[in-house]
Design a protein around this ligand. Structure first.
Ligand SMILES: [Mg+2]
Length: 292
């Protein structure tokens, strides 16, 4: 049995990392603009509140179209705010000031600054030893391996970050588990194929993730962000390109939005994309048949 697992938000809880990214973004703007951190933080909070009021319209959109929505993952908040600041046709005074500040730091866009901050803040978070796997990671991985499960971790993050963290708990990449970093799940193709979910349009032409899924042909997929992790395997299973027996698991967090859960569905078109919602990786053990 082959498990294709997302990394951030499945083997980690991303709240602290998201906070580090947010703080780094606020500090970069504050320092460049010569403003007090409290004032800059207030502005950031008001931007975030604006886009969270219409989360179906906003999110991580590295190439213009939303690839994952702002309310799906706290790690997406800063890039969602930055993208909104870049695109907002009638920016407030504060928003215009953030744009100018990003330019004063040599960035064409606020997104470019946010990307740089994301990279440096996550690296520092890792270097400070604050980025950690969930406490049960080793025990669950050992049990999965003992059950004969082949574990492939597929992430947009660098393979080196994944390797460091798994080696830190005594697991050997390429021997105990396979790592596929830089997976580009967020990269959208030219096509506009999509599915409707909770009143949103989730794009499913994701060529880089598709090639990983088709190559690996998994029995089980787990991820915490429905748009990035689960929408495409759902479609590929429905079209017969992945096994009909493929099971899709959502790693549910307190921040997981209603619109991907049964509780958020109304009317005859209501549906969810996952077959199981798990509150932690330990739940994976219940998904594995004895003979796998
Ligand atoms: Mg994730």
């Amino acid at each position: 049995m082959r498990l294709l697992s997302d990394f951030d938000g499945v083997w980690t809880d991303q709240a602290e990392e998201a906070q580090a990214v947010r703080d780094g973004f606020i500090a970069a703007i504050g320092e460049a603009a010569g403003q007090a951190p409290g004032q800059v933080q207030e502005q950031y909070e008001s931007f975030l509140t604006s886009i969270l009021a219409e989360p179906q319209l906003h999110g991580w959109a590295p190439a213009g179209r939303v690839t994952a929505f702002v309310d799906e993952d706290p790690l997406l908040q800063t890039s969602s705010v930055a993208g909104w600041l870049d695109r907002e046709p009638k920016p407030s005074e504060a928003a215009a000031h953030w744009r100018e500040t990003a330019r004063s730091l040599g960035h064409d866009t606020v997104t470019s600054l946010a990307n740089q901050v994301f990279g440096s803040a996550t690296r520092e978070h890792l270097a400070r030893g604050k980025h950690q796997l969930v406490p049960e990671a080793r025990e669950v991985m050992d049990s999965l391996l003992a059950l004969g499960v082949e574990v492939v971790v597929v992430s947009n993050s660098d393979t080196s970050k994944l390797a460091d963290l798994f080696e830190g708990i005594g697991l050997r990449p390429d021997i105990d588990l396979r790592l596929r970093g830089g997976a580009g799940k967020y990269v959208l193709g030219e096509g506009d194929a999509s599915l409707q979910l909770g009143g949103r349009r989730v794009f499913v032409d994701r060529p880089r993730y598709a090639s990983v899924l088709l190559e690996e042909n998994p029995d089980l997929v787990i991820g915490d962000v429905t748009s990035l992790d689960l929408a495409l395997p759902f479609v590929l299973r429905a079209s017969g390109q992945l096994k009909p027996s493929l099971q899709l698991c959502l790693r549910r967090h307190a921040h997981t939005p209603d619109w991907v859960l049964p509780s958020g569905q109304t009317g005859s078109e209501g549906r969810v994309l996952h077959d199981h919602a798990l509150d932690g990786v330990r739940g994976l053990l219940g998904m594995v048949p004895k003979e796998s």
